[in-house]
Design a protein around this ligand. Structure first.
Ligand SMILES: Nc1nc(=O)c2c([nH]1)NC[C@@H]1CN(c3ccc(C(=O)N[C@@H](CCC(=O)O)C(=O)O)cc3)C=[N+]21
Length: 282
């Protein structure tokens, strides 16, 4: 058996075509969705991500602006930029690229973004709404994972979903969204005593820890659905996930590749949130 690849790039392209239509409908009422991205400093990887977000915006017809601030920007200055964007009627979404330089508190920045423009879904108000199942901006990577599972017709309700990793941006919220879809959810993390004993029970295994090829065939149950959120470089400098793809491919039922799996879906959900926000303009 060879696992079916869950093609995030392809699903993203399908969704981009749909969004393009929605954006042109909005244009008839004089609305162009606007996304502002703030990048602080010169981290190479961050610049690459930001560039691909802007390219996707352009494809779909979303107006995007980039504020590129120097690495020594103070928290006060960053907060004043956010305040200005909160009050800009042409801006529907604000994304501050993480991580931020250490002189700036990420929590303070996230809480300064108006919840109505928080297209990352990181604001405590939006996290609270997600937990109670109210309609709100969902965090992009977790939401993209749910969309990929649904498009692949994976049964979530009643399944045992195991999440490895407990970050605020992926691990914790993806567990919550899987719970909202009626999975039984187990979280594993760096203090988990016997990781393999738990991952081998997973019908759906989500791995988001940032350790290249951590998960091997002995760590999964035959027929499991594997979601790999990792973005690492292997010993040859090649992009690879947290799952050893070649090792598990023959025993999993479905698996997301890296690249071309979860990453493109993350950007897609960001664009969807921005369009949704523009629809809420009054
Ligand atoms: N406020 C904020 N929001 C974010 O959503 C956010 C962030 N900060 N900081 C960094 C992470 C990372 N992230 C990625 C998005 C898409 C790909 C992606 O499209 N990856 C491609 C490959 C990219 C390549 O080839 O290097 C793929 O998986 O196929 C990757 C990583 C969003 N993040």
């Amino acid at each position: 058996m060879t696992a079916e690849r869950m093609n995030g790039k392809e699903l993203a392209a399908t969704k981009h075509a749909e969004m393009k239509v929605r954006v042109s409908e909005l244009a008839k009422s004089g609305i162009v969705p606007g996304l502002a991205v703030i990048l602080v400093g010169d981290d190479q990887a961050s610049q690459t991500y930001v560039r691909s977000k802007q390219k996707m915006c352009e494809k779909v017809g979303i107006h995007s602006i980039l504020k590129h601030l120097p690495a020594d920007t103070t928290e006060e200055v960053l907060l004043s930029h956010i305040d200005e964007l909160n009050n800009d009627p042409e801006i529907d979404g604000i994304l501050v690229q993480l991580p931020l330089p250490k002189q700036i508190s990420e929590q303070a920045v996230i809480e300064a973004i108006s919840p109505e423009k928080d297209v990352d879904g990181f604001h405590p108000i939006n996290i609270g709404k997600m937990m109670t199942g109210e309609k709100t901006f969902l965090p992009c990577t977790p939401h993209g994972i749910i969309e990929l599972l649904k498009a692949s017709e994976v049964q979530i309700a009643g399944s045992h979903a195991v999440v490895v990793g407990r970050s605020n941006i992926v691990g914790k919220p993806v567990g919550q969204l899987l719970l909202n879809e009626h999975a039984t959810v187990t979280y594993c993390h760096s203090r988990t005593v016997d990781l393999r004993a738990i991952t081998t029970q997973a019908d759906i295994l989500v791995v988001a820890v940032g350790i290249a090829k951590l998960i091997k065939k002995e760590d999964i149950k035959p027929g499991a659905v594997i979601i790999d959120v990792g973005m690492n470089r292997d010993e040859n400098g090649k992009l690879c996930g947290d799952v050893d793809f070649d090792d598990v491919e023959d025993i999993a039922s479905h698996i997301t590749p890296v690249p071309g799996g979860v990453g493109p879906m993350t950007i897609t959900m960001l664009l969807e949130n921005t369009i949704e926000s523009a629809l809420n303009r009054s």
